[in-house]
Design a binder for this molecule. Structure first.
Ligand code: AMP
Length: 216
């Protein structure tokens, strides 16, 4: 049976970094809804045009658009063994839709690592974050700078600061998260799937805690 892991946590907590590590270790596809939206915006697709203003403002893209995109992504062959979901679901309606679609793929949500940190830490993390243009690899100007300034260590592409990682938009995204995504924490806790991890630790320590807790 396929394995599906949902990463939950506020913007800037390190979900993307941990999702990449989990995906490589567990050999499961990494599906980041934010990366998919940004790719569509960069390629100026119809979807990209529809979602751009939401991302710029730090608001959530409407559920129907987001759910359709994820359904399409999960039905591709590289997701046959399952996937690490990073940034989806973000609303109760999305969580419900995910459960329904995973039934079609003969699976269900297996575990939900919930990575947390205080708001000041999140703002510092997100506003110092640099992302590579080609593949979304993540750096931090203070905690994890690229070896050569401005260049991704992995693929050599340029690194840039996401428009929505500027301090003001980060606060807005945290607010949106508290209002719309927090109910999912309770939902998955009641379902016995929540795995809580302290996101203020260093990256490798967060990874270690995450893997130890997932084993249990
Ligand atoms: P992220 O890269 O996960 O921080 O997402 C960046 C932006 O993409 C968010 O601020 C939203 O505008 C949009 N987005 C990503 N995932 C979702 C989702 N599951 N539902 C709605 N909007 C989303």
């Amino acid at each position: 049976m396929a394995t599906y892991i949902v990463l939950l946590g506020p913007p800037g907590v390190g979900k993307g970094t941990q999702a990449r590590i989990l995906s490589e270790t567990k050999k499961l596809a990494h599906i980041s809804s934010g990366d998919l939206f940004r790719e569509n915006i960069k390629n100026q697709t119809e979807l990209g045009k529809v979602v751009k203003s939401y991302l710029d403002k730090g608001e959530l893209v409407p559920d129907d658009v987001t759910i359709a995109m994820i359904r399409d992504r999960l039905s591709r062959p590289d997701c046959e063994a399952g996937a690490i979901l990073d940034g989806f679901p973000r609303t109760p309606a999305q969580a419900e839709a995910l459960e329904a679609m995973l039934k079609d793929f003969k699976g269900s949500v297996d575990a939900v690592p919930y990575i947390t940190a205080a708001e000041n830490v999140l703002i510092e993390r997100a506003s110092g974050r640099w992302t590579c243009k080609a593949n979304g690899h993540i750096y931090h100007e203070k905690f994890n700078p690229p070896k050569q300034a401005g260049i991704c260590d992995i693929d050599g592409s340029e690194v840039y600061q996401r428009e929505d990682d500027k301090a003001e938009t980060v606060s807005k995204r945290i607010h949106v998260y508290l209002e719309q995504t927090m109910p999912l924490v309770d939902h998955y806790r009641k379902a016995g799937k929540l795995v809580e991890v302290d996101g203020t630790l260093a990256v490798d320590q967060v990874t270690k805690t995450l893997f130890d807790k997932l084993k249990k």
